[in-house]
Design a protein around this ligand. Structure first.
Ligand SMILES: *Cc1c(COP(=O)(O)O)cnc(C)c1O
Length: 360
């Protein structure tokens, strides 16, 4: 089965093999060494990572995002969440559950981020401590352009918290330029690891200060950071999944890092977009603003999502539905993971055949 959903991804043989590692106790030196390997490799993914420390957690991407907000979103000064999709809105929901002061700048799901609106909001709420935003908004596949937002945050001395769960390892993330306070990512999207481990890259000075706004014991990054300085973890980790993540990070480095992966995803996505354009299917937002790895396509009136999904699944491909109000109106195709040229050929044929039948 080839997974074309935006995570988890189809594993390569090398990563799958690493899942079958020796059993390890998470409180033994061999696991500490493995942890340190993974943390250093995560910090090396992007230039400027030296100012940042990686903290690893067992849990999906949502776990990393929630731990980031738990640790860094202030209990007293508001966090402004910029929302143009499901994942921005999920961060706002997390802050509400954490009972932390927050405001949402709710944009339409197809809207780009308007920095002048963010600036107006900061003017009106000068005590805002942090801005939280999604990098690749998986709802629509829009890669939010964060340069101007990051510059605004720096000018206002406001911390920038980024959900980069679906972009980390596959898109440019210029840490030295954007200077975010923290970035959340996961093993099983652009890094091609197995699901079950996620991480936050946070400014070392912020972690070293020991300050935490955590409202829970488990999702407090300062606890993990202190112990992981020497590779230890406060709680049981998903040891086999961490082993797979190390293999995935080695493979990632061998293949040329994020830039090479970005080129590969772009090639694959461009091909899928071309095949669908020939069948009369349009991207939901312009391809120029889509991320390299994910595209949402508008489903034509004469085609049914379930029929499309099931027909592709019969041929060995899993695609993804639209979320919320987009359910039944769009379908999404991601191009991460172990996908070969022959798989893409078969996918192209399967898509062509389906839409030819649908239009007939
Ligand atoms: C996938 C994703 C998440 C959540 O990941 P889970 O692993 O499903 O918890 C969060 N944010 C974005 C932008 C995502 O794409």
């Amino acid at each position: 089965m080839i997974l074309l959903n935006p995570g988890p991804v189809t594993l390569t043989p090398r990563v799958r093999q690493a899942l079958n590692c020796d059993d390890m106790c998470h409180r033994e030196p061999e696991f500490a060494a493995l942890t340190l390997d993974v943390l250093r490799a995560l910090e090396a993914v992007y230039d400027g990572g030296g100012e940042y420390a990686a903290v690893m957690l067992s849990g999906s991407g949502t776990c990393a995002v929630e731990a980031m907000l738990s640790t860094f979103a202030s209990k007293t000064a508001p966090t402004l969440v910029v929302c143009n999709g499901v994942y921005g809105e999920r961060m706002a929901a997390m802050l509400a559950r954490q009972d932390k002061p927050a405001a949402s700048l709710k944009l339409g799901w197809t809207d780009a981020i308007d920095v002048t609106l963010v600036e107006k909001n900061l003017d009106a709420n000068p005590d805002t401590a942090n801005v939280a935003v999604v990098h690749n908004e998986t709802t629509t596949g829009r890669l939010n352009d964060l340069g101007a937002l990051a510059a605004l945050c720096e000018k206002r001395r406001v911390g920038l918290l980024i959900d980069a769960v679906s972009s980390f390892g596959g898109e440019a993330l210029p840490l030295a330029v954007w200077k975010p306070l923290a970035v959340a990512g996961t093993a099983n999207k652009c890094l091609h690891g197995a699901p079950g481990v996620s991480f936050v890259l946070a400014r070392r000075d912020a972690l070293d200060s020991g300050a935490s706004h955590s409202t829970t014991l488990y999702l407090d990054l300062s606890t993990y950071y202190r112990e992981q300085l020497k590779g230890w973890s406060p709680f049981t980790q998903a040891v086999h999944v961490v082993s797979a993540l190390r293999a995935a990070l080695n493979e990632f480095k061998d293949e040329g890092g994020w830039a090479a992966r970005n080129r590969l995803y772009t090639q694959r996505s461009t091909r899928v977009r071309r095949v669908l354009a020939d069948a009369g299917i349009e991207t939901m937002i312009p391809a120029a603003v889509c991320s390299s790895m994910l595209t949402a396509f508008t489903l034509p009136q004469d085609a049914d999502y379930v029929a499309l999904h099931d027909s592709l699944k019969d041929q060995g491909f899993v695609i993804y539905a639209g979320q919320g109000a987009l359910a039944g109106r769009v379908f999404r195709i991601a191009t991460m993971g172990d996908i070969g040229d022959a798989d893409l050929d078969r996918l192209a044929d399967a898509l062509k055949a389906f839409f030819t039948r649908a239009h007939a």
